[in-house]
Each structure stands twice: as structure tokens, then as C-alpha cells.
Design a protein around this ligand. Structure first.
Ligand code: ADP
Ligand code: ZN
Ligand code: ZN
Length: 803
């Protein structure tokens, strides 16, 4: 096998296939499928994944692989196969499908450089450029950018004088530590202790230490324990009594924390009924998808833990996905508490190096359980016994860039491979999953009650329009204000939830209604208080904050919408005695601050916890007896057919924070549309009725779960081009789908322009279109090959955001 098929790191249509390379003698038997290699590609050296080895190639004159980047495969056979499936089902480039499975640290970083091409000399360059190449033949691209000489460089590159090369750089080094061990037999060591000269007392102590601990010790630890200096140890190494060596250690993000070990709790009757079929599937190696439907606090997590226990006892492995936002230490502790060092945790709070270490533990089978956010679904286990997705309805399980996969689909695909069960857990399942459970595609397991049958908190919906009519212009209704006061007096705690991030909001003129928009992207600019600037979230455009309206010159132009900071200020005015902890992107930016703020709140250092989405989940403190939602409607008016579902889920989730223990809880929801069914039904905790209402609406409008969706978006600088190309695409689609499919478009996207590119879309709704994937592929092929006209086409199969 001297030929390797390699998927190269060049994400274009033309290169989206395996290229054959010759394996030089010295790398034969070293290079295996699943390894990364450096290969020459055109004028540059790039990274690629070996997907296959073979004896012959249909191509002649193969180029040589330069070198392997790994010593062992980073992708196993199953993941390689999964990559093909990802490519097919999400219509992405193969290279993206493989890269998404690896931790960031293993994603190649290239240093872009410019150098003289072969046969060119400095004197061929224009004088302005010559100085840059006088002392070096390679120029850093970033430097070139800074010095604003890129256009000149490009001109010279076009003439063939210069070329751009990429040098691969690995991002993270394995962390190593120095260790010392005796290099003689114990008897000899003891004999040597006698022979140490009297003036070398420290050397004697070091040797004595080893006579008591006859094994390797980390150098640093040895030095502190014996209070010796590095030179003492060095002297003993020179005498060949000790040996120094390096050992790879893992950066352990939980190093300084001890976990209280927990034992399985005796299950309640409801839990036993629910866990039975899961344990059965584990024992029988049977693939099945379970939907574990139970309100917050009904004991789902305990079921996860005991199912995993079973899997571990069988010698198998478990993957647990939780939304990034609820990947709090509290959550992690429950898994670490039960399974200790057998748990690896992958979440974005870790540095790239820490994440890499956790991933290595999985790869080396040193752990049995991987807990993490979306991408943990690719944990490189090889004997998976269960995959659990908690809060399965969360939209963060769908990746919004290539590959546009949903973790739920990947879970099912992997579980099929290993013949193992998938458990989807939620108090408010996605409509798709619940519908599948109704149709018995998924196996429904219910936990109808909270532990110890605590009541769900009582919810009161407050009509903010009435507050306004009665002359209350505050962001707090009278009711919520009274209740907050009451809790402070009773020394109980309250959570205030604002469905919005940070202090971001838009600027509007109160006189003429002018809204400051991005000049490139037809969306309103966002006000950032810290930098006192207006920013565009799509293209990065920045502008100053106007103090007069550019339209009517009025002074009454100011930012709108309420941020957490503003709520905090208002609280300070109306309840000056309240101690408030604010949690949003601004206050939780630094590592560990999230946890610290929560601990402070738990320890009673504040009366009110005020925050955004990030406090909606996972909080489980006994003293919280009031939850206030300041504005329930903000999400209801998004141009998204899931807006009602998301509102219902969020309100239910937030309400679940109150009264989880002895003290009963109350919830106040403030809204401008109290009659909306998603708000009304959330206040009754009535998922089943919500499901029925929402299903009727989905059916009426041909939306999931009755129909599947695919979204084609095209963009171009010229409006005419977008429209005419989109028309061609739409008629092509129409000609290739059945009459039952609904093809909508061309229509301007909800965000009609981003970064000076006009955007048009075509939405396809369908039930069964076996040929659609091929039709979509043809469209991609056609337009991605034809890059000249500069049209960008992106296709999202089962989109979650229709913008
Ligand atoms: P969920 O994951 O559905 O929100 P949890 O598993 O977190 O529910 O359970 C809620 C609370 O009840 C937790 O404090 C948990 O320790 C406790 N609990 C769960 N199962 C049992 C049980 N069988 N016996 C006693 N307490 C339990
Ligand atoms: Zn104005
Ligand atoms: Zn913009």
C-alpha cells in the first residue's frame, strides 16, 4: 500500500474529492487512514486527511506526501464513515465534515506568507516593494496587511514575481512535565546513600526520599518535599543515580476542585418505569431512540446517571450532550460526582489546550463518559453504549455554518452504528421529537411529576399595557415590585430574567422614528455602551452614536430597548436596599466569573439575580421563591415559524427555577400580549395543549414536523444578478420536485442585504422527495464551479433559522 487518498484542506467544489499521493518509503506502514498529513498542493503545502490506502492509482505521476502530522489516527474508521454521511446529508465539503470532529487545537492554522517565486529576483519588483524583501525572502501576510501593500503584492503575484505560500502551524503543544526516577536498584541506592560525602547533606536527603518512594516523582514536587534545589538533583543525575525524563500531563481544568462522590439514589416508581426500557436496550445492544419527557426536577438526570452506570459496567462508553449554556459546574459536578475521573468535559470555557487534553483522554480510552456541548457528539469513542441529549429542544444543537448538522441526527447515526440507544430528554420537547414519539418512531417515556410531588410554581401573567394605562411607566409592574419587596423582607431570593443580551439595543429618533441602520446590511445597528459605539453584528461596521437625528435634527434620538444594565440601574432607584448580582455577557466574560457569581448568589450574597438567557437553566437553589420575566414578548415577533415554540420553551424553563425545594415558588410574567397562546399555556405549564395548538398551526402552514424544509440562499453584489440567478434556481427546483412539494421564492431574505451583498432565498417544503438532495447538489455544483460571476449559494437542509 504505497498510495494514500487524501482529502485536502481546500474548501472548494473542484477540490472536494480525494487526491492520490505517493507515500515515500520512510512513511510506509506509518501513515494510516484517519491521520493528518502535509501534502503539496499546487505551489503550497497544505494539510489533508488520509481516508484510504491503496496499491494502485488511476493517476500517473503522483506527488509525494511530505510528512504525517499525527503519530496515530485522529479519526477512527467509524468517524471517517460518519464524515461521508455528514457530507451527503448536509451538503458540505468533505474537509469541513472531518474538521468539525476535531478539537480546535487540531485544526490546522496556516501562516500565510509571500515570497519571491522561483526564478525571480528582488530587482524584478517595483522599488517600493524591494525594501521589504531586502533582508528576507519571505514576508508575513499580516505584516503586508498592516503596511497596506497587499494590492501591490497581488499585482506582482499576477506577473509571476511573487507567490503566496501557506505554512502549517500546530496550535497547541502537548503539555509536558519533568519527572525524576532512580536509575539504580534499590539496594544500590541505599548503598550509595552511605557513600555521599558529609558536605552534601541535601543529596543524601534526596536519595533517602527515593529509598522511601522508589518510583518516579515530578521534579517540582520532589524539590518542595525535600526542600532541595535543582542543582542538587542535577548532581545526582550526573552521578547516574537518578534519571530525568518528561511525561505528558493533562491540563486538568478541575484540578483544584474535589468532587463529593455520590451514589445511585433508589429510584422512584415513575423513574423505574421510565428507565426499564432504556436498560433493556443497553443490555440487548439494541438501537432505539427514547424521548424522556419530564418537567424540570422530575429526576431525568438521575435516570441518565444510572443508565450510564449500566453502560460502564458493560465496558462501554457514553456521550452526554447538554446545551453550552447549561454546561455549568453544577451540571458537570453531577457527572463527575458519580463517575469521578472517568468523565471528560468538553466545553467552550476551556482553553484550546484544555479541550485538547480532554479530547485526548477520550481518544486514549482513559475515560468512559464524555460530557459536552454540540460538538461532543463527535467524541472519538469506539464502543459507544448510549448517547444522551439533555434539553433536546435547544436550538444550539444545530450548527449554523458548514457542516450544518443537527447533533440529534448525528447521535442517531452513530447509535445505529453501535446498536445502542439514544435518550432525548426535555420538559418541553421540540415539536419534531414529540410528533415522532406520538407516531411511535421514538419510544416515549414520561416523568409527569416533580420529585416528592412538589407543585410547579404558580404563574401570574401581567398585562403591561394595562400598567401603562394606569400610569405606571416603569419596567416593573406594580405586582412584581410588591413581590420583590416582599422577598427581600422575608430574606428569600428572586431571579429576574430579561430575554435579551447585554446592553445591546438600537437607536431610534423619538420624533421622526428614524432608526440607525448599517449602510452595508439592512439591519439596525446595535448600541454598545462600553465602547460608546454603534456596531453592525453582521459585517462589523462601526459608527459613533449620534446626538442629533440625521433626518430631522431632533435631539431626542436615543437607544431603545432595555438591557440588564438599565434594569440594574432602575432596581437601584426603586429598591435601593436590594443586593443585585447581574449576569450577562459583560459580567461573565472572564473565565470562572460565571461560576463565582452563581456561588455568591447561592451563598446568599445577593437578593436578586438578574440576567439573560444564561440564567434560564441549571439554577437549582433552595432559597429562590420568585422568578420575574420582564418582557416575555421579545422573541415572539421574530420572523421565525418557531417563535411561539421558543417562547413557550423559554418561559417554561425560566419558571422552573422557582420553588424547586421546600419553599413554594411564584412566577410573574410581564407581557404586552398576554392573550398569546404560548404565553398563556406556559403560565399553566401545559405542554400537551401547547403541542396540540402549535401542531394545528404548523399543519395549516406546511411547516415541520408536517413538512421538511430546505432553504437555498444566494447572495451577490448586484441585485439584478441575485434575482435573475435565483429565478433560474427556483425554476430548476420546480422542474425537479414532485407536485406535492411547495417551492417558495424567489423572495428577499428577512435580512435582505449583508455586507453589501443582496440576499434572496428559496424555501422548499416537502414530505418525501428522494431526489431533492441530488437536485440541491447539482445546484451547488453548478454555482460553486462557476465562481466567475461571484454568486454565493448556501443550502441548509432542515434549517433552524430562516434568515
Ligand atoms: P431533572 O433532571 O428532571 O431536572 P433531577 O434528576 O435533577 O431532575 O432531579 C431533581 C432533584 O431530585 C435533584 O436534586 C435530584 O438529586 C433529586 N432526585 C432525583 N432522583 C431522585 C430519587 N430517586 N430519590 C431522591 N432524590 C432524587
Ligand atoms: Zn428624527
Ligand atoms: Zn453591516
Amino acid at each position: 500500500m504505497e498510495i494514500a487518498s487524501v482529502i485536502v484542506d481546500v474548501p472548494t467544489k473542484q477540490t472536494d474529492r480525494a487526491f492520490d499521493y505517493f507515500i515515500p518509503e520512510q512513511w510506509r506502514r506509518v501513515i494510516q487512514p484517519g491521520m493528518r498529513v502535509i501534502v503539496p498542493f499546487g505551489p503550497r503545502n497544505i494539510q489533508g486527511f488520509v481516508v484510504d490506502l491503496k496499491a494502485e492509482s488511476e493517476f500517473e505521476k503522483l506527488r509525494n506526501i511530505i510528512e504525517p502530522m499525527d503519530l496515530e489516527p485522529v479519526l477512527n474508521q467509524e468517524l471517517l464513515k460518519l464524515g461521508d454521511w455528514l457530507t451527503e446529508s448536509t451538503l458540505c465539503f468533505k474537509i469541513f465534515a472531518f474538521q468539525v470532529m476535531l478539537p480546535a487545537a487540531l485544526k490546522a492554522k496556516y501562516e500565510k506568507k509571500v515570497r519571491l517565486s522561483d526564478g525571480s529576483a528582488v530587482k524584478d519588483l517595483p522599488e517600493t516593494l524591494q525594501t521589504f524583501f531586502e533582508n528576507t525572502d519571505m514576508l508575513d501576510w499580516d505584516d503586508a496587511l498592516k503596511k497596506a501593500i497587499v494590492p501591490q503584492l497581488q499585482r506582482e503575484a499576477a506577473k509571476g514575481h511573487l507567490e503566496v505560500i501557506y505554512m502549517v502551524k500546530e496550535r497547541v503543544k502537548k503539555k509536558k512535565r519533568k519527572y525524576v526516577r532512580p536509575s539504580v536498584l534499590l539496594t544500590e541506592l541505599i548503598y550509595e546513600i552511605e557513600r555521599i560525602p558529609a558536605n552534601a547533606e541535601k543529596q543524601r536527603q534526596v536519595l533517602s526520599y527515593f529509598s522511601r518512594h522508589f518510583h518516579e516523582v515530578e521534579l517540582k514536587r520532589l524539590l518542595t518535599e525535600v526542600k532541595a534545589s535543582a542543582s542538587t538533583v542535577k548532581a545526582l543525575i550526573e552521578k547516574k543515580l537518578l534519571t530525568e525524563f518528561e511525561m505528558e500531563v493533562y491540563r486538568n481544568p478541575f484540578e483544584h476542585r474535589t468532587f463529593e462522590r455520590t451514589k445511585p439514589l433508589p429510584l422512584t416508581e415513575a423513574q423505574q418505569t421510565a428507565i426499564g426500557p432504556i436498560l433493556n436496550a443497553i443490555e440487548q445492544n439494541q438501537h432505539e431512540v427514547f424521548l424522556l419527557y419530564g418537567v424540570t426536577g422530575s429526576g431525568k438526570t438521575e435516570i441518565y446517571l444510572q443508565s450510564i452506570q449500566e453502560v460502564i459496567e458493560k465496558g462501554q462508553e457514553a456521550i452526554v450532550l447538554v446545551p453550552e449554556i447549561s454546561l455549568t459546574p453544577q451540571m458537570v459536578n453531577r457527572f463527575k460526582g458519580r463517575f469521578g475521573d472517568l468523565v471528560a468535559v468538553l466545553h467552550s470555557g476551556l482553553s484550546a489546550g484544555e479541550k485538547y487534553d480532554e479530547w485526548r483522554k477520550i481518544q486514549r480510552k482513559e475515560v468512559k463518559v464524555a460530557v459536552g456541548a454540540r460538538s461532543a457528539i463527535f467524541a472519538p469513542f469506539e464502543n459507544i453504549g448510549i448517547i444522551i441529549i439533555d434539553e433536546e429542544h435547544e436550538t444550539s444543537y444545530k450548527q449554523e455554518e458548514m457542516p450544518r448538522y443537527h447533533a440529534r441526527d448525528v447521535a442517531v447515526e452513530r447509535a445505529l452504528n453501535y446498536n445502542c440507544p439514544v435518550v432525548l430528554g426535555s420538559a418541553t420537547p421540540s415539536l419534531e421529537s414529540f410528533a415522532r414519539a406520538q407516531k411511535k418512531v421514538y419510544h416515549l417515556l414520561s416523568l409527569p411529576n416533580r420529585m416528592n410531588n412538589q407543585n410547579l410554581p404558580s404563574v401570574e401573567v401581567i398585562d403591561m399595557r394595562e400598567e401603562l394605562r394606569d400610569g405606571n411607566r416603569s419596567m416593573f409592574s406594580r405586582k412584581l415590585f410588591e413581590m420583590l419587596k416582599d422577598r427581600i423582607e422575608k430574606k428569600q431570593q428572586a431571579v429576574l430574567f430579561l430575554n435579551k443580551r447585554g446592553h445591546s439595543s438600537f437607536v431610534m429618533c423619538r420624533d421622526c422614528g428614524y432608526v440607525m441602520n448599517c449602510p452595508n446590511c439592512d439591519i439596525s445597528l446595535t448600541y454598545h455602551r462600553v465602547s460608546e459605539q454603534m456596531k453592525c453584528h453582521y459585517c462589523g461596521y462601526e459608527s459613533f452614536v449620534p446626538n442629533h437625528c440625521p433626518e430631522c435634527n431632533s435631539e431626542y434620538i436615543r437607544y431603545f430597548g432595555t438591557g440588564t444594565q438599565k434594569v440594574e440601574e432602575e432596581l437601584g432607584k426603586i429598591l435601593p436596599e436590594a443586593r443585585v448580582i447581574r449576569m450577562d455577557v459583560d459580567t461573565t466574560g472572564r473565565k470562572g466569573s460565571h461560576e463565582r457569581l452563581l456561588t455568591d448568589f447561592k451563598d446568599g450574597k445577593a437578593d436578586i439575580l438578574l440576567g439573560t438567557q444564561m440564567i434560564a437553566k441549571g439554577l437549582d437553589f433552595p432559597n429562590i421563591t420568585l422568578v420575574g420575566v420582564l418582557s416575555a414578548d421579545t422573541m415572539l415577533h421574530l420572523p421565525d415559524f418557531r417563535a411561539s415554540e421558543k417562547t413557550f420553551q423559554l418561559l417554561t424553563q425560566v419558571s422552573g427555577r422557582a420553588g424547586r425545594h421546600q419553599l413554594p415558588g411564584e412566577v410573574v410574567i410581564q407581557t404586552y400580549t398576554p392573550e398569546h397562546y404560548s404565553i398563556e399555556l406556559a403560565s399553566y405549564h401545559d405542554y400537551d395543549l401547547f403541542y396540540q395548538r402549535e401542531m394545528m398551526i404548523r399543519k395549516m402552514h406546511h411547516y415541520p414536523p408536517f413538512y421538511y424544509l430546505s432553504l437555498i440562499t444566494v447572495s451577490h453584489e448586484q441585485l439584478v444578478t441575485v434575482v435573475s440567478e435565483m429565478e433560474k434556481i427556483v425554476s430548476y427546483v420546480r422542474a425537479h420536485v414532485s407536485k406535492k412539494a411547495v417551492v417558495l421564492g424567489p423572495a428577499a431574505s428577512p435580512i435582505p442585504r449583508i455586507n453589501n451583498r443582496y440576499r434572496y432565498q428559496c424555501l422548499i417544503k416537502y414530505k418525501r422527495e428522494p431526489n431533492l438532495i441530488n437536485t440541491l447538489k447539482t445546484i451547488l455544483d453548478q454555482y460553486q464551479k462557476d465562481t466567475k460571476i461571484g454568486l454565493q449559494v448556501s443550502i441548509d437542509v432542515n434549517p433552524h433559522i430562516l434568515m
